[in-house]
Design a protein around this ligand. Structure first.
Ligand SMILES: *Cc1c(COP(=O)(O)O)cnc(C)c1O
Length: 374
């Protein structure tokens, strides 16, 4: 049987990882500045992470959400402490798209409204509601497009107000930093105006921190650079370092009723063991602080080149936009310099390394990158 061919694959077979390094089946070492798409937060194969999951599997691997799983409450406490959102509550699921589905559903339940505003260049996932608020015609099917969604422009508050002021919008959904759209950062001023606007019209503000959250931007959540407090915050990617896990933080204004949300696998024992180990390692190794520090170091020391149009980023979420397609330079980074990087659109290289990236590893990239630009 063939695999359904939806990915454009690099000819690399990773078989081992440690920290920010990966090795392929031929023994070649790579520096990982992609983190498996912003998923590897604490680094590959951390010994504490491995023992937390394997120990849990030796005790009990799975039971359903019909019984008490104390690890869910432990994770909620830890995320409350790491994020500062102690007064919010946590709903657990398995992925980013699911987190956004639940966020949209909850906002609609709460407001009794069915309209949503999203932003141009957004990406929120590939399930039905999540893809409907995504601005990418390639991945939105005619069925998804029947959802009641209007698109506004990032950093243009008028474009949001003209829709939200009609008073029938359940939610505005915004990425903490737009990732797949090319690393576009909402200004703190725009974020504040957006929060005020939503508050004024009874519209829920959903912040998608699936990629930009969990320390990636140099604060726990990217929207915390603006000092706003969204009504719902969605998380996934870095939360369990590759073990499937997602969740939403929900403000105290929402009242749960039995059955309004639910999941079979969400909050399962192995995902909780993984996510708790990740949260512990975040604290012990000061990964949010490291993300801020090394991210700034990278931005401050990027090589200059006429080929580069603009470099944007916060913490270890960095986009390098070129004046030309980047297919060739990205291939050279991978196959000549053995460095994994990501991409956004056709012209932007995206750096999303594990948050434990060292200064020496950052220097390795900077040297290789400036050589390729010559
Ligand atoms: C990856 C991503 C998603 C979707 O997450 P999945 O786990 O792939 O469903 C949603 N929003 C953003 C901003 C993402 O980067």
């Amino acid at each position: 049987m063939n695999l359904f061919d939806v990915y454009s694959l690099f000819n690399v077979v990773p078989v081992k990882g440690r920290g920010c390094k990966v090795w392929d089946d031929k023994g070649q070492e790579y520096l990982d500045l992609y983190g498996g798409h912003a998923v590897i937060s604490i680094g590959h194969s951390h010994p504490k992470y491995i023992s937390a999951i394997t120990e849990q599997l030796g005790n009990i691997g799975f039971y359903s959400n019909s019984v008490i799983n104390p690890m869910q409450a432990r994770l909620a406490d830890k995320i409350g402490k790491l994020s500062g959102y102690n007064d919010y509550s946590l709903f657990l699921c398995n992925s980013g798209a699911e987190a956004n589905e639940n966020a949209l559903k909850l906002a609609s339940f709460h407001t009794g409204r069915n309209k949503v505003v999203a932003f141009h260049k957004s990406f929120h996932g590939r399930t039905s509601g999540a893809v409907a608020v995504t601005d990418n015609p390639k991945i939105v099917s005619p069925f998804n497009a029947t959802h009641n969604v209007e698109f506004a422009t990032l950093n243009d508050i008028q474009s949001v107000e003209s829709i939200v002021s009609k008073g029938d919008v359940a939610a505005v959904i915004i990425e903490g930093i737009q990732g797949c759209g090319g690393i576009h950062i909402p200004t703190p001023e725009f974020f504040k105006q957006l929060a005020d606007l939503c508050h004024k019209y009874g519209t829920m503000l959903i912040c998608d921190e699936i990629q930009s959250g969990y320390g990636r931007s140099g604060k726990f959540f990217a929207h915390q650079h603006a000092g706003v407090r969204p009504d719902i915050i969605s998380m996934a990617k870095g939360i369990a370092n590759g073990f499937p896990c997602g969740g939403i933080l929900i403000s105290p204004e929402f009242k749960p009723t039995v059955g309004m949300l639910g999941t079979t696998f969400g909050g399962n024992y192995l995902a909780m063991a993984a996510a708790i180990a990740v949260a512990d390692i975040f604290e012990e190794e000061h990964l949010v602080e490291n993300s801020a520090k090394i991210g700034k170091y990278l931005l401050d020391n990027m090589p200059k080149s006429p080929k580069i149009k603009e470099i944007r980023g916060l913490g270890l979420m960095i986009g390098i936009e070129f004046n030309e397609p980047i297919k060739e330079i990205r291939s050279k980074l991978l196959f000549d310099k053995h460095i994994f990087t990501g991409v956004a659109g056709t012209n932007t290289i995206r750096l999303l390394p594990p948050l434990c990236l060292s200064k020496a590893e950052a220097d390795t990239f900077l040297a290789a990158f400036s050589e390729l630009l010559k």
